[in-house]
Design a protein around this ligand. Sequence first.
Ligand SMILES: [Zn+2]
Length: 453
Amino acid sequence: MAPPVRPRFRAEGRAALEAELVLAGRGWVGRRLQPLELGFDGDGRICAVGRNVRGARRHDVGDRVLLPAATDVHVHLREPGPPEAGETIATGTVAAAVGGVGLVGEMPNTVPPTDSVDRLEEKEARVRGRAGVDVLLYAFPAEPRSVPSLARRAGGFKLYLSPTTGIETVPSGPKLAALLDALGQVDLPVVAHAEDPGLFPTGIAPTDATGWDQLRPAEAEAAAVARLLRAPERLRLHVAHVTVAAVARAIRERRLSFEATAHHLLLAASPGRDARFKVNPPLRSEAERAGLWEEFRRGRVPIVASDHAPHPRAAKELRFDLAPSGVPGVETTLPLLLAKVAAGELALPVLLQSACDRPARLLGQPLGRLSVGHRANVLVVDFRAVVRLRSDRLRSSCGWTPFEGSEVVFPVEHWKDGERIVEGGEYVGRPTGRVVRPEFAPGVVRPTPEDGA
Ligand SMILES: [Zn+2]
């Protein structure tokens, strides 16, 4: 693979260079919002960053803010799958575009699972000509011996340590050790769902989100993470959906990557919360939620992701024990957190690191910064445009959200490879989304001291 592309942010870029298009607004420069202009070249890359950039065309967004588009490393688009699954690659990627996400990492627990080269190729064919944003496909390594051939085609791997939607048997003991060994031989990110089902107590029949938390306790998460932290050094491990601060600290001490989701950061397992709040790992207590938020706010959570699981509304209105686990989020994660920035509860650089820069580095993509050489995937945001989230306005076909009524800031515009795909908050793009694989080895993705706020 090519060496890492890490162009530094240059406030004064090659302003003399003639750009195809200049986007003029404000941006985060030198620890504050200042006037900023971005030049896009004819290949959909950023070719100039600074002031007074010359270009053939100019688009001025006034005092609105230019931000890099986000990357969501954890999304379920449910295709292939049964028709009642609802979401498709087409609907889910349009939802991503409207939510400011230009690249999604698509999980392999579809029906059938993405566990062979043939199935990867079949999924790639479904993406081409239908996806609104770019898609990186994770493979499911059912056997250690399948890893080398999958690694030549996939963008990453997803490892399940507990059963979940579409995955019934999980490796443990020597088989898990062999799998971790095989995954340690390849230069791709390995995203792990870490819960140890051996530590789920019996005799509990949950009827609300608090019961679900008791059935799949944080101790089961901590134990599974402890097992993963004994994996070979070379493994490019990324732990999905960490729910409690103590587990976050344990992973950070090993300098490995992990994510927190918007639902674990913003929602708690209050008594009476029905199956719309049923998710794996579960929502935790308010005290644990607040502890995780504090880690995030201080810049100590490397990546924020959605774990977008767009179960249809009808399925989530079933009795608690019958309903599937998972909540939608690819469309709402960035808007919810932009609203926290607008409210003064979150520093913009912390959000940009965790939603844009580090997830792109984990997936080996020249994205996530407004830097020369990066792809021209840019959002225009108006932080005064705070609205209440309404599920009837969402583009995901699932038609509901656990964040109904929460404050959100949706991007006004979303530019992908120098072309506008969202205008006035509405999707106006074409299905030009590509299948991408890491262009450079995943970086060591961890918070650095200057990220702290
Ligand atoms: Zn997931």
